[in-house]
Design a protein around this ligand. Structure first.
Ligand code: APR
Length: 172
């Protein structure tokens, strides 16, 4: 049976799931937004582990332990900065989701929570990002029976509305 998609409101760092996804930057050395919140909650051990990874290109993902987080793992992915949509941004955002699911499959992850990657500091339009997220997640759930639940964390009302519209568009 394919896994389900659940919209949740609140702080991703509080979720006791197998993995939370971090919207990171290529250095993987922390930042603001959800990246900052995850590093603050995980403690210094996360940064120490990230320093061993040597960064992450846009569109790719890396995995670490969860350290002091309730989540077992953190999957760090680097979304594209929005530059108007003509610089490959949609494809790179889709790649972030695909790479996160590839790592989830390789690491036996069954529950995973995503923030709205690239829609904060990186400026990706929420409605377009939500449509990409839902499309890639539904594809992954169809292909990867290991995942039983994907939680989409809505940190603001606009994000929740964008996901609801994207889900309505697919009849979920
Ligand atoms: N829990 C869940 N979602 C959160 C949290 C949190 N604690 N904090 C922020 N968010 C949401 C934002 O509201 C937005 O919807 O995460 C989404 C992604 O926003 P950003 O964190 O700004 O990430 P992004 O747009 O991908 O920009 C990445 O910002 O923090 C830096 O180091 C990071 O350079 C990178 C850039």
């Amino acid at each position: 049976m394919a896994g389900k998609i659940t919209l949740v409101e609140g702080d991703i760092t509080k979720l006791a799931v197998d993995a939370i996804v971090n919207a990171a930057n290529p250095s993987l050395l922390g930042g603001g937004g959800v990246d900052g919140a995850i590093h603050r909650a995980a403690g210094p051990g996360l940064l120490a582990e990230c320093k061993t990874l040597g960064g992450c290109p846009t569109g790719e993902a890396r995995i670490t332990a969860g350290h002091r987080l309730p989540a077992r793992c953190v999957i760090h992915t680097v979304g594209p900065v929005w530059r108007g949509g003509g610089r490959g941004e949609p494809g790179l955002l889709a790649s972030c989701y695909r790479r996160c699911f590839r790592l989830a499959r390789e690491h036996g992850i069954r529950t995973v929570a995503f923030p709205a990657i690239s829609t904060g500091v990186y400026g990706f339009p929420k409605d377009q990002a939500a449509a990409i997220a839902i499309r890639e997640i539904q594809r992954a759930l169809a292909e990867n029976v290991g995942i039983i639940e994907v939680l989409l964390v809505c940190f603001n009302p606009e994000t929740k509305k964008a996901y609801e519209a994207a889900l309505a568009g697919t009849g979920e």
